[in-house]
Design a protein around this ligand. Structure first.
Ligand code: APR
Ligand code: ZN
Length: 252
């Protein structure tokens, strides 16, 4: 039985979203959990299985094979993953002109697979790789690579290839980073879905939105740092799919 108080929060959230002038949604790994993509933190998180070092730039340069082994396992999962209801609902809100943009920390391309068009990939993408030789930097589509021998090498110059995701010790890619902060400054309503809020500078996006007077609605089964530090105005506790379903029903 859903409590009266919880129903009111959903009604309030739906009302705010419907009246938004520039709705921006900020997503993390949690929105893809129901698509079978593991999150990074939490009980079954990737960082329980791998040392997060495997995705740090210095480790990649020293041990490209080890880093690629971990990435390939993750790559195989996301290559076969499908968008879930939450991704699809956000794409629907964009088609209706209610949602203006999505800023995602995810590299799984599931928002685009669900049909979302205005997506800023704050931590880059697994879709492409780049040759690390600064005099070459040739790009390839990851799915066209032969990943039997790791690390994959550039056909043009023989150097190691690096996925176009933002590693630890790297700055988020431009122009996605600057454009994402512009979105956070423009929005009057930001929905946060499935992020622990621990990684910077991404976690500053909701803070920037809040500082510019935006209403912050958060969807997560657990509290995040954004909940704890009071960035969130309305906390809708639950999984992305079930909460988005309730919001879409309230908006009808
Ligand atoms: N629906 C909504 N949220 C969920 C769900 C779900 N079904 N399942 C888990 N979550 C929440 C967790 O409670 C947690 O708050 O998703 C969040 C996942 O947190 P992280 O694993 O830390 O993912 P994220 O916040 O996206 O990590 C940020 O860290 O390792 C780097 O570059 C990586 O982009 C990533 C960044
Ligand atoms: Zn090259």
């Amino acid at each position: 039985m859903v409590s009266e108080e919880k129903i009111d929060k959903f009604k309030e959230a739906a009302r705010i979203i419907k009246s938004a002038k520039y709705l921006v949604v900020f997503t993390g790994a949690g929105i893809s959990a129901e698509s079978g993509v593991p999150t990074f933190r939490g009980d079954n998180g990737i960082w329980k299985k791998y040392d997060s070092n495997v995705l740090s730039l210095s480790y990649f340069i020293e041990h490209p094979e080890e880093s690629w082994k971990a990435q390939k396992e993750f790559f195989d999962i996301i290559l076969n993953a499908n968008p879930n209801y939450a991704h699809i609902a956000l794409a629907e809100l964009e088609k209706k002109g209610i949602l203006k943009s999505i800023v995602t920390q995810n590299i799984d391309n599931l928002h685009q697979k669900a049909g979302s068009e205005n997506v800023f990939e704050f931590h880059g993408t697994m879709k492409t790789v780049t040759c690390i030789n600064p005099r070459c930097m040739h790009k390839y589509k990851t799915e066209e690579l032969d990943l039997t021998n790791l690390p994959p090498k550039c056909e043009k110059c023989g150097s190691v290839l690096k996925t176009d995701i933002c590693f630890f010790e790297e700055n988020p890619p431009e122009p996605a980073k600057s454009l994402s902060f512009q979105e956070a400054s423009k929005t009057d309503v930001m929905i946060i879905v499935g992020t622990s809020g621990v990684v910077h500078p991404a976690a500053l996006l909701p803070v920037t939105a809040k500082e510019n007077g935006a209403k912050i609605i958060e969807i997560n089964p657990d509290s995040s740092l954004l909940t704890i530090y009071g960035t969130t105005d309305i906390f809708l506790q639950g999984e992305a799919g079930e909460v988005m379903k309730k919001i879409m029903e309230e908006m009808e």
